[in-house]
Design a protein around this ligand. Structure first.
Ligand SMILES: [Zn+2]
Length: 271
């Protein structure tokens, strides 16, 4: 009887380990080149992350932390909207105050990540569109002239990590701002753009139709680095109005997801 019990327990443990190993592998991109710090690898002294919403910076915590802790680079974030149209998960404020709450949340998370300066702009959440595109590009360009970043971090314009139109527009505008700056003032222009990519196997298998669209419209990542999952877990506590986001989208809490999804994958465009 004792031996039957032991063999059942052993089988269950082995099956659970195999399942966990398989799940972990769904977040991997085996062909990307492993680096300790992307900013360090690129020799960047100044990094600027350009995103759409408060909490988008959660995708690049590893790059930001390792840029300023290990590589000695200064890091900055532009968040283009206040995220006022986001779904409260859970509701922790009046709905009309969502933009103010999320504005504060991204500032708090940026501070926790060691980010030196942050701007949160006032484009409408869900409204980064073609209508204001040129003005948006010009504003990004102006900020690049002021801050002189060597490395820009943003969304891949064709997939936006989650196929969100604001994400795609932010990526497209950041790319266009760099392109214009390289034409008009090449000495002051960024030297590279790092696009944060979603793990393709995971997206194809578990991301539904959106996941397939994202995976199909992304390039293969050129680099991967540690994602500092602990900082993402902490970040979801800081983003209190979005704390339930990971559970809702992945069916598991951040403490589990970010122990499996513990790397960041980038496609680097190096000029
Ligand atoms: Zn977003």
């Amino acid at each position: 009887m004792k031996w039957i019990l032991i063999s059942i327990i052993t089988t269950v443990v082995l099956a659970a380990s195999a399942a966990l190993f398989w799940l972990d592998s769904q977040f991997e991109e085996p062909d990307a080149r492993w680096v300790h710090s992307l900013a360090g690898e690129m020799g960047a002294a100044s990094v600027l992350a350009i995103f759409a919403h408060p909490d988008d910076e959660q995708l690049v915590t590893g790059l930001l932390i390792r840029a300023n802790e290990n590589g000695g680079a200064i890091t900055r974030i532009i968040t283009s909207t206040k995220g006022e149209a986001g779904t409260p998960l859970p509701q922790i404020s009046r709905i009309e105050d969502m933009g103010i709450i999320r504005y504060a949340e991204v500032l708090k998370n940026g501070y926790a990540l060691g980010v030196a300066e942050q701007l949160v702009w006032d484009y409408p959440d869900g409204g980064l569109t073609d209508e204001n595109f040129d003005e948006y590009v010009g504003r990004l360009q102006g900020q690049m002239v002021t801050w002189r970043p060597d490395l820009i971090v943003t969304f891949w314009p064709d997939s936006g990590f989650s196929n969100h139109s604001d994400h795609k527009t932010a990526g497209r505008a950041a790319t266009e701002a760099v392109r214009r700056l390289r034409e008009t003032a090449p000495d002051n222009a960024p030297k590279a753009i790092a696009y944060i990519l979603a793990p393709r196997r995971m997206m194809r298998r578990f991301g539904g139709e959106t996941g397939r669209v994202v995976a199909d419209n992304q390039p293969a990542p050129t680099h991967e680095m540690p994602g500092e999952g602990w900082a993402k877990i902490r970040g979801w506590d800081i983003h209190a109005s979005q704390r339930g986001y990971v559970q809702k989208n992945y069916g598991m809490p951040p403490a589990v997801v970010h122990r499996l999804y513990n790397k960041e994958h980038y496609y680097v465009l190096d000029f």
